[in-house]
Design a protein. Structure first.
Length: 249
């Protein structure tokens, strides 16, 4: 078996073109997914059964079925209904790009909603009680206390979800989109070098994953700065009445 390094260098610009589409799919579907996940998470965290019933069923469906099946249901399933083909949605649903965006958004919204729901329920009750003691209404609590705090708690896990979105975006190639994987398969059909092209595609995915990890590490440091504060020793000449025995110990 001969290793064709020249094929990799020749077609790496094509793979980078596919990388832009991959990043676009992940970014757009991620933003839409967060917009859907926040109200779903708030409804899931509700104590009322009738409020959390719908998000529970939604999350159960999209977490319990494969992403590939969801893509096929949107791409192939919608066109089976004449009402859809004659509606104003058909110019969107007939395009594989938007079908992929819809499927990815609905899928990541389900996973993100569970992350935010668990983060909301992990907020110390004392912080909520302090907000209520200050006279904050429920919408103000959500905007100023609950969601910022929940986002900081869920941020490390959400970074993993974005990585999973990146890897799941490879399924977009099954509906004719030329993302990284789709572009690699197209090149392989021309050059018959599957090992070289899939290795190159894997390296591109690794590079994007490294950038995403670095971005979320930075965001985690910014949003959870209190975890990185270093304790300073109490001055020896401090008035004994001002000392805190718990800190000194």
């Amino acid at each position: 078996m001969s290793w064709e390094w020249g094929v990799i260098w020749q077609y790496i610009p094509r793979l980078l073109d596919g990388a832009w589409l991959t990043l676009e799919l992940v970014l757009v579907s991620g933003l839409i997914g967060i917009a859907l996940a926040i109200p779903l998470a708030l409804m899931r965290a509700s104590s009322r059964t009738w409020v959390k019933a719908f998000p529970f069923l939604y999350i159960y469906f999209f977490r319990g079925t494969p992403l590939l099946v969801q893509i096929f249901l949107v791409y192939y399933g919608a066109s089976q209904f004449e009402a859809v083909r004659e509606s104003f949605l058909w110019p969107v649903l007939k395009q594989p790009y938007w079908c992929a965006i819809i499927a990815f958004s609905l899928n990541t919204a389900a996973y993100s909603a569970e992350l935010f729901r668990s983060a909301i329920q992990a907020i110390p009750s004392g912080e909520i009680e302090a907000a209520e003691a200050m006279g904050m209404s429920k919408p103000v609590q959500i905007r100023r206390i609950i969601m910022p705090r929940a986002f900081g708690i869920a941020l490390p896990a959400y970074g993993n979800e974005v990585i999973l979105m990146l890897k799941g975006s490879a399924l977009a190639s099954t509906i004719t989109l030329l993302d990284i994987t789709g572009m690699a398969r197209t090149i392989i059909a021309r050059t018959y070098t599957p090992l070289e092209m899939f290795l190159a595609a894997g390296l591109v995915y690794l590079a994007i994953s490294a950038l995403i990890i670095a971005l979320f590490r930075f965001m985690e440091y910014r949003f959870n700065r209190y975890q990185y504060y270093h304790h300073t020793d109490t001055p020896e000449d401090l008035d004994p009445q001002l000392r805190d025995q718990h800190i000194d110990s």
